[in-house]
Design a binder for this molecule. Structure first.
Ligand code: MGD
Ligand code: MGD
Ligand code: SF4
Ligand code: MO
Length: 716
């Protein structure tokens, strides 16, 4: 009897991209089994329940295995051949373009797509469709941190250091991250930090499982992190804890930033945030007393209409105290989706070309146009951000091709977005399951999944990883790359859209060469040999770091004498990626949220996640084990608030905002502020949190305000 085959790969879900192995029969058929992969450094074999049960979604009982086309007579989706389905999509795209011009066709991508897919999708939009109207769900995820990174450091890589540095720093302020639930294996890094004598401060309006680990928990009112960060900086100045030498030699713009902070004296900050002054002081001292320290943010402070400035204020705190661009110190953002980092680098974003190049930069256009073998003038300009694109559907955007997102559940003001999607002339969705958004489509294209295809993702550390095909997909499904290849051919582009992921990656390397996110020195072979490679990793070693990030660990390209570039685990140690190498302070003051509470809507709603469901739930709601752990939506509220509105634990409660009404059982707990309720957003239907959320956008990042809006509560 022949042996089972084991393939090392990575989890399909979050940005930790835990390593795992898949074991299957030698024939490559039947089911696969997850085997721990203890050699991969990020998770050392640990997996959360979602990763462990991911193979369940490979089963044809829950997934799509044939294309669906809407029947003109009955209005229902019915099975079709691939030829019929692809012809219908090509027709829809062609017709809209002929009738309304190229910008009437929109494309919506996802941060879960591999680098190869994200790259191919962006290229397909710009070349084949010649549309500027492309964006993706990452806009809803880490766009504010990305914008703040760019502004302060001249480069956006979520973590400028590997996770392994966390246990060795002295103090971590973790702002609006519930990683005990959202990245469970990463909790180990915080546990080790504490074992090493380091301190942990958690900033979250709820006492989450993560906050329970903290030495100090600050519970601000949602939407007030900007005031909190400014208040801490005020105390840093007031108590003489500024690192003058660092500020003088490595930064720019301190005076204006200082003035902004000085307007936020502790009592004012207490009034805005609800965090008592003594706790502010304690936090500031804990942070400053440590020799090295880090600030890590996640969606809590970022998904606000002032998310970019808020992250900027946290970066200011790091810069003023000399906690950036030094070993074991710095600011980082915990990116969310499986390829949340890589997905924002290679061109599915409205304003971007591969390699994190800017679409409106003539040199970038010329470089990428050369790789694509087209004239630079043929590339369209920047388009709209994700919510603005969804909002335009049925207006000037008449047809949409969607790959890797489920906005009916996950977009803000989802009732409105759903109605916009319904008003389209034509909607094509490529997905692995019949998501709530796919249900609205004219054509649904069933695609292969993580375990059935090869491709790279870039995890939250900026480490480029290889997912490997471990089993044969069922007949009837095709890969996203095959879909784009076939559609391109039907639309007259016989060449330029290969279906082999490695071929796409090799082109991506060339397109990214010399850009901020330079992948040109990374190959599938190197990734496998080195447990991943950190970008930037140019093929030709740089002689001067001024065209990108400084080199890691003293390994400057110039000195490597022709050896391959080692990749860059640690950024900014010598200089920041700005033209003069100095980090930029931002000058900010606190401002109100897009919607503040009032007599009619007196309670703050915030939203987020639970450990057993992933995102819109399209995949995880199809896994029995996860559903029994987290069967449905709920409204988390404080006993005092529950008493005031007259609901008991488990009773149905209606949450009403200016945009709609959602109903779910009450979950009463003292772990939340009495002025705030929390709903997870994983479910459609009457408990859909996004029926309520406010699409107020951050002016810089265009991030919607998922983390705060005004609601009232009623017994249902
Ligand atoms: N189980 C699970 N894991 C996931 C995902 C999932 O859907 N499910 N999704 C992945 C993705 S794409 C992402 S982006 C990450 C997200 O990971 P996280 O950012 O950790 O997740 P959230 O639950 O959205 O928000 C984190 C915390 O922010 C708090 N919060 C709410 N409002 C505010 C505020 O105004 N200020 C502050 N400081 N905190 C606030 C919430 O109470 C919550 O505990 O998780 C990834 N991992
Ligand atoms: N209220 C509220 N709303 C939020 C958030 C919040 O905190 N609060 N968080 C926001 C954040 S951070 C995010 S990232 C978004 C995410 O929200 P969504 O964009 O809806 O993310 P998913 O549910 O992961 O949707 C991915 C879809 O693509 C499919 N899919 C998976 N892999 C592939 C693939 O390789 N190819 C194709 N074609 N399809 C694939 C899945 O089956 C699923 O239907 O939600 C945002 N919405
Ligand atoms: S933490 Fe994230 S990457 Fe790791 S197993 Fe869970 S979902 Fe997968
Ligand atoms: Mo996300």
């Amino acid at each position: 009897m022949s042996e089972a085959v084991t393939t090392p790969t990575h989890c399909p879900y979050c940005a930790l991209q835990c390593g795992m192995s898949l074991r299957r029969s030698p024939e490559g058929t039947g089911s696969v089994e997850v085997v721990d992969r203890t050699d991969f450094p990020v998770n050392r074999g640990a997996l959360c329940g979602k990763g462990r049960t991911a193979p369940a979604v490979l089963s044809s009982r829950v997934r799509l295995t044939e294309p669906l086309v809407r029947c003109p007579d009955t209005g229902a989706l019915k099975s079709a051949t691939w030829e019929e389905a692809l012809a219908a999509v090509a027709d829809g795209l062609r017709r809209t373009r002929a009738d309304h011009g190229p910008n009437a066709v929109g494309v919506f991508g996802g941060g879960g797509l591999t680098n190869e897919k994200a790259y191919a999708l962006g290229k397909f939009a710009r070349l084949v469709l010649a549309t500027s109207q492309i964006d993706y769900n990452g806009r809803f995820c880490m766009s504010s941190a990305a914008a703040a990174h760019q502004r302060a450091f001249g480069l956006d890589r979520g973590l400028p250091f590997p996770l392994e540095d966390i246990p060795r720093t002295g103090c971590v302020i973790l702002v609006g991250s519930n990683l005990a639930e959202t990245m469970p294996p990463a909790l180990r890094y915080l546990t080790e930090l504490k074992e090493n004598g380091g301190r942990l401060i958690v900033v979250d309006p709820r006492r989450t499982r993560t906050a329970e680990q903290a030495d100090l928990h600050l519970a601000p009112r949602p939407g007030t992190d900007l005031a909190l960060a400014l208040g801490l900086l005020h105390l840093v100045v007031a108590e003489g804890r500024v690192d003058d030498e660092f500020v003088r030699t490595r930064t720019q713009g301190w005076e204006a930033a200082r003035a902004g902070a000085m307007a936020h004296w502790p009592e004012l900050v207490e009034r805005i945030t609800g965090v008592p002054v003594p706790l502010l002081r304690e936090a500031m001292r804990m942070f400053c007393d440590a020799e090295n320290a880090m600030v890590l943010t996640a969606r809590g402070p970022e998904q606000q209409s002032k998310g970019t400035d808020t992250v900027g204020a946290w970066i200011n705190l790091c810069l003023a105290t000399g906690r950036a661009g030094r070993p074991l110190s710095g600011y980082g953002c915990l990116t969310g989706q499986g390829n949340g980092q890589g997905g924002r680098e290679h061109g599915q974003k409205a304003d971007q070309l591969p390699g994190y190049r800017k679409l409106d930069d003539p040199a970038a256009r010329a470089h990428v146009a050369r790789v694509w073998d087209v004239p630079p003038e043929s590339l369209p300009g920047p388009g709209r951000s994700a919510y603005e694109l969804l909002d335009a559907l049925g207006g000037d955007v008449r047809t949409l091709l969607l790959m890797g997102s489920n906005p009916v559940v996950s977009a803000p003001h989802a009732g409105h977005v759903e109605q916009r999607l319904r008003s389209l002339d034509f909607l094509a969705v490529a997905d692995v399951v019949l998501s709530e958004t796919a249900e609205l489509a004219d054509v649904v294209l069933p695609v292969t999944q993580w375990a059935e295809e090869t491709g790279t993702t870039t995890n939250l550390e900026g480490r480029v990883l290889l997912r490997r095909r471990a089993l044969t997909p069922p007949p009837g499904v095709r890969s996203d790359l095959e879909v784009l290849h076939a559609l391109a051919a039907l639309l007259g582009w016989e060449k330029g859209f290969p279906t082999d992921p490695e071929e796409v990656f090799d082109e991506l390397r060339r397109a990214s060469a010399g850009g901020p996110a330079d992948y040109s020195g990374i190959s599938y072979r190197r990734i496998q040999e080195e447990d991943g490679v950190f970008w930037p990793c140019p093929e030709v070693p740089r002689t001067s770091p001024s065209d990108g990030a400084p080199e890691a660990d003293g390994a400057s390209g110039a000195g490597t004498g022709g050896r391959p570039h080692p990749g860059t685990p640690r950024l900014f140690l010598d200089r920041f990626a700005t033209p003069d190498g100095r980090a930029r302070f931002v000058s900010v003051v606190h401002r109100a949220s897009g919607e503040e509470t009032d007599d009619e809507y007196p309670v703050v709603l915030t939203t987020g996640r639970v450990v057993a469901q992933y995102q819109s739930g399209a995949q995880t709601r199809r896994v029995e084990e996860l559903n029994s752990a987290a069967p449905g939506p709920f409204v988390e509220l404080h006993p005092r608030l529950a008493e005031r509105i007259g609901v008991a634990d488990g009773e149905r409660v209606a949450v009403v905002s200016r945009r709609g009404r959602a109903v779910a059982p009450a979950r009463i707990t003292t772990a939340i502020r009495p002025d705030t309720v929390f709903m997870p957003f994983h479910w459609p239907g009457e408990g859909r949190a996004n029926t309520l959320t406010n699409p107020a956008l951050d002016p810089v990042s265009r991030m919607p305000e998922f983390k705060t809006c005004a609601v009232r509560l009623e017994p249902a």
